[in-house]
Design a protein. Sequence first.
Length: 200
Amino acid sequence: MARDMGPVLKRCRSLGIEPQVLGIDKKSNRTNARAGKKVSEYGLQLREKQKAKFIYGVLEKPFRNNFAKAQKIKEGTTGDNMLVLLELRLDNVMFRLGYGRTRKEARQIVDHKHVLVNGKCVNIPSYQVKAGDVIAISEKAKSKGAQRYKDILEVTEGRTVPSWLEADHENLTGTVKEIPTREVIDVPVNPTLIVELYSK
């Protein structure tokens, strides 16, 4: 599977993203050499798309597929619906619940068949969760990786679980209470610019 293996802090700088958005508690003292330069309308639109792809760890083809799905949803705007679909990815939900320090780690946990959705093993990071779904770390993963999850929770303990999710860290489970709205999605992305880019 293709992955973005570039330096994370450097990429954050170039896109103007705080590393904390990715779950990384680091700061870079360097400045972006291109900061302050005038960017074209196309450049702004492209940067917003790159930001969204980088934050959620999604490549171009699945990202475009999400956009196509969002266009078919009759309620709400395409841009907002696209962000909601990205939030509902299983790897992102694991990150939001605090069971992954970063989305990359959460994706790896899903890939390694550690995650159950409604009691069934799901190892597809892009799996779309629904309202009412119960997500849990499997008993096997809990017993074999007890220290791993203890370490993860130590790092993510201070992270706020979004209002649309409910986490039970003692039992390593979580529930999707409802589908999130754009207002509660705290990613620094302007989806309108992405829609404008794809509409050209």
